[in-house]
Design a binder for this molecule. Structure first.
Ligand code: NAG
Ligand code: NAG
Length: 286
C-alpha cells in the first residue's frame, strides 16, 4: 500500500489551515490489514487502480462511492463546561473520492459529502448534511432541503463524472426524504481543484474537528458504515474483500478516540473506545 503513504489528507472538511497528515504507518497484526493513524480521521479506504493505462486516462479512476450509516449522538464528559465553545465538539461522517497521481504530492482535491453533528451548550447533539469539493470549504445543505437528526440512517452516493464535475445523492432512510445535486468544483478553472488521475481512493470516514489535543473528549455511540461500495470507471465493483483496503485510527493526545473495526465485506463500525458500550437513552435524544 505504499501509494497510500503519499495519500495526503490535505486540510479536509472545516479545517482552515493546510494540515498535511503524513500518517505514521502502523500495521496491526491482528486484523490483517494496514492501519494508519490520523489526528482527525477514523475509518476505512478502498484503493482502486486506474482502469485505463495511466497516460491515457482522462477521468479519475473511481466513478462512484456509496455507503449507509447511522448519524451518531455525542456525549461530553459529565463535568465539561459546555458554555466554553472549546469544550463542544463537531464530528462528521462522509464518503469521498480522490485520485492519487497528483503533480503535487501534497495536494489532493476530492469530492466528499456526508453528515455532521455538533454538541450545543446544553449537551444536545444536532445534525446537518453537507457537500464539499476540496479545497473549497463545505456547503451545508439547508435543513428544509434535507433534514437529518441523530439516530437517522442515511444513504449517501457520491459520483465523479469528470475532474471537475460530479453528483451527490442522499436519502434519509428513516423519513424517506431525498436530496440530490449536480456538483461542480467551486473553481473549475483552477488546477488545484482538478481531481487527480492515477489510482483512486474511496474514502469512508468519521472526522473529528479537534485542532489540538484535549484533556477531555466526548464520546459517540457506534457509527456503522454499511453497504459500502466503490465503482471504478469501467463499472468494476469493489468492497473490503479486495486486498486494497486500509483502516485508519484516530488518535488524540496518545489516546485512540475513533477506531474502525471490520464487520464483513461491505461494512465496518467506527467506535469510541470509551463510548462503545453507550446506547443513547431517550434523555440523550432530546
Ligand atoms: C505506532 O505504534 C507504535 C508502537 O506501538 C507507537 O509507539 C506509535 O505511537 C504508533 N504511532 C501512531 C501514529 O499511532
Ligand atoms: C460498538 O462496537 C464495538 C466494536 O465492535 C463493540 O465491541 C460494542 O459492543 C459496540 N457497542 C454497541 C452498543 O453495540
Amino acid at each position: 500500500m505504499t501509494h497510500l503513504l503519499g495519500f495526503v489528507l490535505a486540510c479536509f472538511w472545516l479545517l482552515t489551515t493546510l494540515a498535511l497528515a503524513s500518517p505514521d504507518r502502523n500495521v496491526s497484526s491482528s486484523v490483517g490489514v494496514s492501519k494508519y493513524s490520523s489526528s482527525f480521521l477514523g475509518g476505512a479506504v478502498i484503493n482502486i487502480n486506474q482502469p485505463q493505462s495511466p497516460g491515457k486516462a482522462s477521468v479519475p479512476a473511481i466513478r462512484t462511492v456509496s455507503a449507509e450509516w447511522n448519524v451518531p449522538w455525542m456525549k461530553a464528559p459529565p463535568d465539561a463546561d459546555l458554555s466554553n465553545p472549546n469544550n463542544r465538539h463537531k464530528m462528521a461522517q462522509w464518503v469521498g473520492i480522490l485520485g492519487n497521481a497528483c503533480d503535487d504530492k501534497n495536494w489532493s482535491p476530492f469530492l466528499q459529502a456526508g453528515t455532521a453533528t455538533d454538541i450545543d451548550e446544553n449537551g444536545i447533539t444536532t445534525a446537518y448534511a453537507w457537500v464539499e469539493w476540496f479545497p473549497a470549504g463545505s456547503h451545508n445543505i439547508p435543513s428544509d432541503a434535507f433534514t437529518i437528526n441523530p439516530g437517522d440512517q442515511i444513504r449517501v452516493i457520491v459520483n465523479v463524472y469528470t475532474r471537475t464535475m460530479g453528483h451527490v445523492y442522499m436519502m434519509n432512510l428513516r423519513t424517506g426524504q431525498e436530496y440530490e445535486k449536480d456538483v461542480i468544483a467551486d473553481s473549475p478553472q483552477d488546477p488545484k481543484f482538478l481531481i487527480c488521475l492515477g489510482s483512486g481512493t474511496a474514502q469512508f470516514f468519521q472526522e473529528w474537528v479537534i485542532a489540538n489535543d484535549r484533556a477531555e473528549l466526548p464520546v459517540f455511540n457506534n457509527v456503522t458504515f454499511a453497504n459500502v461500495e466503490a465503482v471504478d470507471r469501467r463499472g468494476g465493483r469493489f468492497d473490503f474483500n479486495t486486498e486494497t483496503r486500509d483502516y485508519w485510527n484516530m488518535v488524540d493526545a496518545d489516546r485512540l478516540v475513533a477506531v474502525p473495526e471490520g464487520i464483513n465485506s461491505n461494512s465496518f463500525v467506527v467506535y469510541s473506545p470509551e463510548g462503545s458500550s453507550w446506547t443513547p437513552s431517550e434523555g440523550d435524544k432530546l
